[in-house]
Design a protein around this ligand. Structure first.
Ligand code: NAP
Length: 434
């Protein structure tokens, strides 16, 4: 079994895990409580907490109920079945550090379409009203918080007793193994990929389903959907549709190809994505701002443009790698660096680094449109409260940390070639600034 590479030092892991465990679950609950029960106002929630103390906080923490578990289990089972049984073309993932090449079934668009059509049909034909999900949202988040923690314990045990591939192993420290994960590509049987399930089919799919839920809830409450809610929902759906359209590309990114399946990534996808990522829509349910057609269209167009640029950055890199540099980038032959590196098994391999197009502007330029898109689907909430902007702020911190982590990893992988890349493309994220 290969040695697990330490992503961060033990101290950083302990601090990071402790703060994630201590702060993230209460943040999820307080965010939901403030959006749904405290008019989106942080000061209202704070004054409640000041008045009622810890007991007051415990009183607002909803216990997982039978209906919450039922909703989660039905949704998870439905998504798992779609992942397993819908047809899709066979796709090869990138070569892993241990030299394996994972095989996937690309049926994301089909699963996404079936999910949304089924959900809307259940509502349309009066079989299940999505408002029920909104009405039990706190209990659902609470159940996800506990359930996902138990799921991560399962991943840790599986990594020890039944790893799916040689891309696994312990670094000798229980906490680090649990937090950063034991396996890169854990599977149940040969075909059920756990990370595709947690990251894509549970987490990202919820990002399509919940905005629709919020729209339907507002419609059921007010008899109409405000243009702010429409802009927010359309932009999020365009973003998530883009994600599933490009899902096999996502399997080449850090989340899947580099980060192991541990608490950090799996808990994040199972709890943080459904709750925090969808939160601007959660806020809009009971804050139906009217933007007017013109402003709504400006925001919509700006948001779609950002989502397109973000997609085009990812597409450009992947097209460049797929064709081994034999493609056009912005109408010209790409400029590139041929970077060699040594795998964990001692083999020497080569990767191409693109240094023109979007990837010549800065080393992680794609994060700029990603953050701006999030801003544009939040701004329909206008500026009465800070809380809808929580996701944009969180995303900015996450992506700045991620750019640093990725740079560190690439520096140790490519050595002098990465240094050369940094000389050619000196900025990390924002051209001319950072
Ligand atoms: N909303 C969210 O929470 C969130 C979070 C993270 C990411 N995202 C989005 O997900 C998408 C993927 O982002 P990512 O962070 O996973 O990064 P990524 O696209 O996977 O890019 C980083 C990897 O690309 C390779 N690379 C770096 N520079 C290159 C170059 N010049 N030419 C060719 N390859 C290069 C390196 O891998 P090798 O080892 O293969 O060289 C590096 O590890 C982006 O659209 C991002 O905005 C969203």
């Amino acid at each position: 079994m290969g040695e697990s590479k330490m992503v961060h030092s033990p101290l950083v892991t302990y601090a990071s895990m402790l703060s994630l465990l201590t702060f993230c679950p209460p943040i999820v609950i307080l965010l939901w409580y403030t959006m749904v029960h405290a008019d989106g106002s942080i000061s209202q929630t704070l004054s409640y907490l000041r008045q009622h103390g810890l007991q007051g906080f415990l009183n607002i923490w909803p216990m997982p109920t039978a209906i919450a578990w039922k909703i989660i289990v039905c949704y998870a089972a439905f998504e798992a079945a779609l992942q397993l049984f819908l047809p899709g073309k066979r796709v090869e993932g990138p070569i892993s550090p241990a030299g394996n090449r994972p095989i996937y079934k690309a049926n994301g668009v089909a699963a996404y379409s079936v999910t949304l059509i089924t959900y809307l049909s259940l509502w349309w034909f009066g079989i299940f009203n999505p408002s029920v999900v909104y009405d039990h949202l706190g209990e659902i988040f609470s159940a996800l918080i506990f359930g996902s923690f138990v799921f991560c314990i399962f991943l840790y045990i599986k990594g020890h007793v039944a790893p799916s591939s040689t891309d696994s192993g312990s670094c000798g420290n229980l906490i680090i193994d649990f937090y950063w994960g034991m396996e890169l590509y854990p599977r149940i049987g040969k075909n059920f990929d756990i990370k595709v399930f947690t990251n894509c089919r549970f987490g990202m799919m919820s990002w399509g389903v919940l905005p629709l839920t919020y729209c339907i809830k507002q419609y059921e409450e007010n008899g109409r959907v405000a243009d702010s809610m429409l802009v927010n929902t359309i932009l999020m759906l365009v973003y998530v549709t883009k994600f599933f359209w490009w899902e096999d590309g996502y399997w080449n990114t850090m989340d899947i190809a580099h980060d192991r399946a541990g608490f950090y990534i799996c808990w994040g996808c199972l709890v943080w994505v459904p709750s925090v990522y969808t939160s601007p829509g959660m806020y809009l349910v009971n804050h139906p701002v009217n933007l007017g057609v013109q402003l709504a269209i400006y925001i919509l167009v700006a948001g779609i443009l950002c989502i397109y640029i973000n997609y085009d950055c990812d597409r450009q890199r992947q097209e460049f790698r797929r064709t081994n540099g034999k493609c056009l980038v912005w109408g010209k032959a790409p400029s590139k660096i041929q970077a060699s590196y040594t795998t964990a098994t001692g083999e020497t391999k080569t990767s191409l680094l693109l240094t023109s197009g979007w990837w010549g502007l800065s080393r992680h330029f794609h994060y700029v449109p990603e953050i701006l898109a999030a801003f544009f689907w939040t701004v329909p909430a206008l500026f009465n409260h800070f809380l809808p902007y929580f996701y944009v702020v969180f995303l900015t911190i996450l992506l700045f940390d991620r750019a640093k982590r990725d740079d560190d990893r690439c520096r140790s992988k490519y050595g002098k070639y990465w240094k050369l890349y940094c000389e050619k493309v000196p900025y990390r994220i924002v051209p001319g600034i950072y």
